[in-house]
Write a protein that binds this ligand. Structure first.
Ligand code: SF4
Length: 378
């Protein structure tokens, strides 16, 4: 089983962010951790009859997990240790932000098995970091990387491209830094999304920042792929690149449509064929759990066919794509029959690569993945 723990606290709001996160004091964070403890127990009772749950991976994400003190992180580790079996744990990742990570916090996590660190860098350009409202500098990213490296060499850096005012040369500088200077094991490179309701989108709508240049975005996508694959990284998912054997196992299992437990406000989970989403409100989350009620805001049991569509859509996100035999074993359907129309539609494009065993996106297909993946949802 996979475990995801969500920490929805940040020191401020990045201007592009549409995740649920709040700025909170230590008392609220302590109550939140009480909620996590209760939720872990309730999930075990509701879905697992209180039997033992053996974890394959743990992922602590946010928000900003390193907003917590080392003793708060220690409490979360004890909650995990007392509710789950971790003796078969293969991967334990935690997201950290450059301005709040410390040796003490990483030491607490490492004593519970942390072996992968994901740093929210976004860009090494100080002016661009300010444009998007990040609260750290390029020098702090460098220090965070050096600190993380004392604990593990399995480090991911998140980068965003397509930032307002960012040139292709800015992006090249970022990529050279992460791939050549730091030689990070893993990179997650996302194009900036202008989500409704964010400050950056408001600035765009009022012409306070330039409109994204579509040709430049395509050039950036292609450069990221070309540069990183030429420098020893495998482009193994739409936005993810890894050195050999350094793919993120937790995410790979997620893209295989594996089940997972999600704990925390706004966390999602998938257990016994049921997908659920917790409420995105820390106060409500804490109130419900103090009354011994799970804070689930919506849940859905997918039909066998919808599950097959979802499995296909997730598999197509990865470079491995849909493997015919594996898909049949997992869903009961032959993907070449189930998706005959979609295969026909894309057969003569350069977007999908199809042979008798697999269906997968080409690097050009990754560029148009949203449009293509939609077609496979049933
Ligand atoms: S640190 Fe991450 S979660 Fe927090 S506001 Fe910034 S982008 Fe959002």
């Amino acid at each position: 089983m996979l475990l995801y723990v969500h920490i929805p606290f940040c020191s401020g709001k990045c201007l592009y962010c549409d995740f649920y996160s709040i700025v909170a004091n230590s008392t609220i964070i302590d109550s939140y951790i009480d909620g996590l403890e209760r939720e872990a127990q309730l999930v075990r009772e509701k879905y697992f009859d209180s039997t033992e749950i053996t974890l394959e991976t743990i992922y602590i994400g946010g928000g900003t997990p390193t907003m917590l003190t080392d003793s708060q992180l220690g409490r979360i580790m004890r909650i995990i240790d007392s509710n789950f079996r971790t003796y078969k744990l293969k991967e334990f990742s935690c997201e950290v932000n450059p301005e709040s990570v410390s040796a003490d916090k990483l030491a607490v996590l490492q004593s519970s098995g942390l072996n992968r660190i994901s740093i929210g860098a976004q860009t090494f350009d100080d002016a661009l970091l300010k444009v998007i409202g990040r609260r750290h500098s390029s020098a702090q990213i460098q220090r965070a990387y050096e600190l993380a490296h004392k604990f593990t060499d399995n480090i991911n850096l998140d980068l965003i491209f397509g930032l307002p005012y960012q040139t292709i040369d800015n992006l090249k500088t970022d990529l050279h830094r992460v791939a050549e200077t730091l030689s990070a094991a893993h990179l997650a490179c996302y194009e900036l999304t202008f989500s409704e309701g964010t400050k950056l989108t408001e600035m765009l709508n009022h012409s306070h920042i330039p409109t994204p240049d579509e040709d430049l975005l395509v050039e950036m996508h292609r450069y990221v792929h070309r540069f990183l694959t030429a420098n020893g990284y495998e482009h193994y998912e739409i936005s993810n690149y890894a050195k050999p054997t350094r793919q993120c196992l937790h995410n790979l299992r997620y893209w295989e449509n594996a089940e997972y437990i999600g704990l925390g406000a706004s966390a999602a989970g998938y257990i016994n064929g049921v997908r659920y989403k917790n409420c995105s409100d820390v106060d409500q989350y804490c109130r419900k759990l103090s009354d011994n009620i799970l804070s689930i805001e919506s849940s859905e049991t997918l039909s066998k066919k919808s599950r097959a569509g979802e499995t296909a859509m997730l598999a197509l996100r990865t470079s491995a794509g849909i493997d015919r035999e594996k898909f049949k074993n997992q869903t009961g359907y032959d993907p070449f029959l189930l998706f005959a129309n979609q295969i026909e539609k894309f057969r003569n494009t350069h977007l999908l690569e199809i042979d008798e065993r697999t269906i997968k996106l080409t690097p050009e297909g990754f560029l148009l993945s949203n449009e293509i993946l939609r077609e496979f949802l049933l």
